[in-house]
Design a protein around this ligand. Structure first.
Ligand SMILES: [Zn+2]
Length: 211
């Protein structure tokens, strides 16, 4: 699991460096041959080493690692169960998206890059306590038909066929959320309609799945 561990650790640090989370907030996971590799609970990314990552099976049993897996393990596993097309999950508390999450506002197509989420609006899943099966259910339900979801009063979840894709989605959705809230602060932003977003979504899907 060494290569996968290094990659996960690298993206954890990248997530922190990019300002997509603070301290030990947020978490990442990826599918590996034996199960799911996930970041540990309550540990700063700067202090994390490969030995701190946890390998679990699809039922959440720890196969390798001395730490406790992330408290959001449940929604990571439920997403892998519901979406066989994905192999990575990134969960952030990025500031702009979290501001939207606290307003209970979905993110509309204020900029075409919202298409990274493979939907023309990123919806908000109802609030549920972190680490609960109720939250996991809301995450799976809200993710149907897209690759990003805002969690009310909490943050963002992004999924992808690999860590790079899930991370890029989280980063671009944070960018669009920032643009939207800054535009809202000075006026009424122009939102792209379905006619404008249709070709964008087609391009994003074919770009990622060239066959
Ligand atoms: Zn969280």
């Amino acid at each position: 699991m060494t290569d996968a561990s290094l990659l996960l650790l690298q993206y954890g640090r990248k997530m922190h460096a990019a300002g997509l989370t603070t301290g030990s907030g947020g978490n990442l996971s990826m599918r590996v041959q034996d199960g799911v590799l996930i970041t540990p609970s309550a540990m700063d990314y700067g202090d994390m080493g490969v030995d701190d990552l946890v390998l679990v099976d699809l039922d959440g049993r720890v196969l390798q690692g001395r730490r406790k897996p992330s408290s959001e393990l449940d929604f990571h596993l439920c997403l892998y169960g519901a979406r066989p097309d994905i192999r990575a999950v990134v969960h952030t508390h990025s500031p702009w998206v979290t501001t939207l999450a606290c307003l209970g506002w979905p993110l509309p197509a204020v900029h075409y890059l919202v298409g990274f989420a493979e939907r023309s609006e990123v919806p908000v899943a109802p609030y549920a306590t972190f680490g609960t099966s109720e939250l996991a259910e809301q995450v799976v339900r809200g993710m149907v038909g897209g690759k990003a979801l805002i969690l009310a009063n909490h943050g963002l979840v992004a999924i992808g066929t690999d860590l790079k894709e899930a991370f890029n989605i989280a980063e671009e959705i944070e960018f669009v959320a920032g643009v939207y809230l800054r535009a809202k602060a000075v006026g009424e932003p122009v939102i792209l309609d379905e006619k404008a977003m249709g070709p964008v979504l087609t391009k994003f899907r074919s770009y990622r799945n060239p066959l």
